[in-house]
Structure formats: C-alpha cells, structure tokens
Design a protein around this ligand. Sequence first.
Ligand code: GLU
Length: 390
Amino acid sequence: MAASVTRLSAHKSIVIKIGSALLVDRESGLRADWLASVAADIATLSKAGKQVLVVTSGAIALGRTTLRLPRGALKLEESQAAAACGQISLARAWEQALGAHAITAGQILLTLSDTEERRRYLNARATLSTLLRLGAVPVINENDTIATSEIRYGDNDRLAARVATMIGADLLILLSDIDGLYTAPPHLDPAAEFVPHVAAITPQIEAMAGSAGTELSRGGMVTKIAAGRIATAAGTAMVIASGKRLHPVAALAAGERATWFAANGNPVTARKKWISGQLGVAGSIVVDAGAISALANGKSLLPAGVRSVEGDFSRGDVVLVCGPDGLEIGRGMIAYDSGDAARIAGHRSARIAEILGFAGRSEMIHRDDLVMKPVAASEPVLVGEIENNV
Ligand code: GLU
C-alpha cells in the first residue's frame, strides 16, 4: 500500500465512527472530556478543509443509566426505550462539543432501509451532502427506537461503512477499544501479532478477527472486518485505531499505530464499475449532439441536452444514454423519475423548479454517476431488447 494513503492528511472526506465503550463510562456516564478532545480533533480536520461525518453510538448506553436499567443484556424493547432517552442526551452532547468550536451539528438517525432502499438512500445521501455543503457536521446514529431486530444494523460499524460508501467518503475511521487487527484476538492468544496493513480482506484476514466485544460495544472485530468489506469494495479506505486516549484522531494523524485497510479503487471508480455492471437498464435518454460532445468532455448530462425519454424508470435507476441515432454512448444513474425527466427534457436547469414544482438536481445524470462507452465499441441498442434480457 502506498505510504501516503496511510496518512490521514491524504484523505478529504472522512467518516469517524465512535463506539459506546469509548464515549460512555458504565459508572459515570458520558465521558465529556474525551468527547471534547474528539470535537477538537474534528475542528482541526475541518480547518484543514476536510469534510467530516460522525457516526456515534452511545444512545443505549446513556439511556440505560438514565432509566436505571439493570446490567446485562436488555430486552429489545428495553434497549429501544433506552435509545429513545439516550439519543437526546447524545445529540445534545455532540451539539455542545462541536459548538465549542463553532461547528454546527446535524443529527441524522438512519434505519437499515434508509441505506438499502434506493429512493430512501438517495434522500439520505442528499441530506448528508447538503449538510456538508453548508458546513455542518452530520452526527449519525441508527434509529434504534422502533426498528425490530430483523431490520436493523444493530452495530454502528457496518452502518458507518454504509454511510461512508453512500457519500463516497475516502476514509472510514473506526475508533475502537483496540488499536487494530491482530493475527488472533490478543486477549486470547499472547503470541498474536499486530497487523499494520491489510491490502485485501481475504478469508485469512477474516479468520484473524475471531469474535470479540464487550457488553457496551456490540461490534467486535468481526463486525469491523465486515464494515471493512463494505467500505473497501466501494473505494473507501478504512482504519481501525485506538480511541482509548484523548485526542485519538490527532494521534492517528501524527502516525500512531493503527490497522489500515486499502480501498479497492476510489469511490467514483467503484460507483462507475457498479453502474457499468448493472444488467437491468430501465429505460433510455436520447440526447442531442451538443450533449454528446459535453459528455465526451467529462461534463454532466443536463436536461437541456435531452431530446426524449423512453421507458418507465425511477430516480436512481440505471438508464442508457443514446445519441439521436439510437446508439448507446453511455449509461448512468438518473436523478429523476421518467415522468419528471420527460417534463424537464429540453429545458434549462434554472426552470426545473417552475416546471416540476420542486427544486431538483440541475443535472439529469451527474458525471460521477455516468459511464461513457468507449467510442469504438458502440453498437445499436434497442431498449426493448435489453428489457427482455434482464
Ligand atoms: N446504535 C447503538 C447506540 O447508539 C449502538 C450500536 C453500536 O454500538 O454499534 O446505542
């Protein structure tokens, strides 16, 4: 792995996942001094021009103390009641800690379906990117209060990985009570050796994780490696670092030992790979000659360059982009449903709100969501034919 990639400064968009065991002390509750130190680290990253998102656990741990629930495993409805009480305190704690550095926090509570269902996924992604654009730090947790066990993540490691891939972050930091991956769980095997770099998550790496976790932290090494699979496959690098000290992110930036997982490509190439690998295309967009040359120059597809819209598709579907002759020139993930796309086709983006009655994206297909076909390989594509093939 290139040395630069294992430096925090090489990354621009960073998701930091914080576990309950770091943030909440079983006896004394919230560790405010620790939280203040992390908030100071986040402020340093923001000042250096990085986009930071926080995925924070701690709602259940805080709420169970407030509600005086017994130690040991909680029933599902008890942990949900605990989350309901604890989440208020958790959000307030973050608001105050970040506010001390003049950073605005925006609370986002996600469910599994918000990250896995395309429409909701796109909405969540839009809110997160708007918060980032407006300079706020999204403070994210799972919406634990009503989700039943089959439809919840249950651990914030994988939730954080999905958040990172959703917004195309280039680094996911998992702050943990252990400083990284060992060849075997170190509390069980004294001969376990530290693993500083993981180039790819192989079955051998998975075997090293064993199974671990304390009462306060749901995610042991197994869920961290699962998070690593999600993140690295989508082009996001991951690092597991110790959060046991104050200023853990600054320590990581200064080169403290941690396990770095290499990304497989970068988020944009990973998304494009996914788009070009989609077998099912739901329709096609016919564009004019001006749009063809704009797209060839790496621009986004604007409604103004669209002549017609064929097929019945939803926002987030992959559609073909064809020239006036019906030849496929590329394919991409579309930002509008087919009905809306047809209504704004041929119009300037400034008129979208007036035509549709809501302010949508100015691009029909954003360039990061568009894969151009190599010119020589073009061949006629009939949408009906493709639909029959899926
Ligand atoms: N969402 C849970 C909470 O805030 C924690 C899940 C986890 O620790 O991974 O309490």
